[in-house]
Write a protein that binds this ligand. Structure first.
Ligand SMILES: *Cc1c(COP(=O)(O)O)cnc(C)c1O
Length: 394
């Protein structure tokens, strides 16, 4: 058997070794990383709320009033009035009977899927679903069936075999590494026809798409149709934490069954107050969402025109597909030297030979910053042979 040291060597040899980058400033459109200020072009802080003055104020007030810790788990001494307020707010935001807060989005998927299902269930999961969904399925005693990415026919074929049993179909609303939107209308009608429950992970959609930022359902005009809405407070909402919104009985059941909810100390007052303030901002300030949408569309089109391999899409997640990990790493390193931070996303986070630079736009990016970034990307893309040279001016 290999020692741990040998296993690390194997990771290094396969090109999968990861280094941590440390940020030593607030996160705006730029941040100080390892001592140098660089443009952030890969953050999930889509609306720039991580460092919003109103949220900082809400957090400070909550600390002054309630202190810094919750002191217990949700079912013992950790449930604060702020938890109830936030769960009610999430319910109204997502237009559901009940909300339920978990400490992270990861824990929300883990607890919800493993808590809801047992050996009598089958869970159907898109092949590119987030790792926390996969882990939720693994932790459950349910049978786990993977269907091809966004492939309605494959889902229907597989679902038909289990008709009449307890089934759950889970999909990302917006896929985290590609930025595409799930064909939710079709998924819902197939699920309905085959008597399956549905769950949507809207980690990258909440706050970002839909007129009021309610996510994929609102964007596609399907509000209220998904059985379980999952989301996170940690991306566009700028803080941390995860949640689901659903029918009362489902939340009531999960409070007993979801271990990541039951056996972990509850979120702190500052985090809860931040999320409460953040939801109101997200719901009411559609102008920053609109700016984000327009900037993303423009930036994506520019990259495509330069000859980068960038799929079409409508979200601020803009993957530049490179394929080879080594080349992607080199691209990312050279960008960092030029003052732009875009890490290379490699397997196992994405499928083999699909390494990519996952560009994301934030509503707080200035036009000049994005224009400069495009120039740097263009020059490096040509130098490293990543662009195919089909750009407007060669
Ligand atoms: C980030 C993410 C999660 C996990 O949310 P956290 O709050 O960061 O734990 C779950 N699902 C998807 C699709 C994500 O991108």
């Amino acid at each position: 058997m290999d020692s741990i040291g040998q296993k690390i060597e194997n990771i290094k040899r396969s090109g999968g070794y990861r280094e941590l980058r440390y940020i030593d400033s607030a996160q705006g459109s730029s941040a100080v990383i390892d001592g140098i200020r660089v443009l952030l072009l890969s953050s999930n802080n889509y609306l720039g709320l991580c460092n919003d003055e109103r949220l900082k104020e809400a957090a400070i007030e909550a600390v002054k009033t309630y202190g810094v810790g919750s002191g217990g788990s949700r079912l013992t001494t950790g449930s604060m009035a702020l938890h109830r307020e936030l769960e009610e707010r999430i319910a109204s935001f997502k237009k559901r009977e009940c909300g339920m807060v978990y400490n992270t989005g990861y824990m929300a998927n883990l607890g919800t899927i493993s808590g809801l299902t047992d050996e009598s269930w089958t869970v159907f999961s898109d092949r590119l679903n987030h790792a926390s969904i996969v882990d939720g399925c693994r932790l459950s005693k349910a049978k786990f069936v993977v269907y091809k990415h966004c492939d309605i026919k494959d889902l229907e074929k597989k679902l038909k075999r289990y008709k009449g049993k307890s089934n759950l179909v889970v999909t990302d609303g917006v896929f985290s590494m590609d930025g595409n939107i799930a064909p939710l209308k079709d998924i819902l009608s197939i699920a309905k026809r085959n008597g399956a429950m549905t769950m949507v992970d809207d980690a990258h959609a909440t706050g970002v798409i839909g007129e009021h930022g309610r996510g994929t359902e609102e964007y596609l005009g399907l509000e209220g149709e998904v059985d379980i809405q999952m989301g996170t407070l940690s991306k566009a909402l700028g803080g941390e934490g995860g949640f689901i919104a659903s029918r009362k009985e489902i939340v009531e059941y999960l409070r007993h069954r979801a271990k990541s909810f039951v056996y972990s100390t509850a979120l702190s007052p500052a985090t809860l107050a931040t999320a409460l303030a953040s939801i109101s901002i997200v719901e009411s300030e559609s102008f920053s969402r609109e700016k984000l949408r327009l900037d993303s569309a423009w930036f994506r089109a520019e990259l495509q025109a330069m000859g980068f391999s960038v799929p079409d899409g409508v979200t601020p997640i803009i993957p530049i597909l490179v394929g080879d990990s080594e080349l992607g790493m080199e691209f990312s390193r050279r960008l960092m030297e030029s003052g732009i931070y875009i890490p290379c996303i490699r397997p196992p986070t994405v499928p083999k030979n699909t390494s990519r630079l996952r560009v994301t736009i934030m509503a707080t990016h200035k036009r000049e910053e994005l224009e400069w970034a495009l120039e740097v990307l263009k020059d490096l893309g040509a130098e490293l042979g990543i662009t195919r040279g089909v750009g407007a001016d060669g």
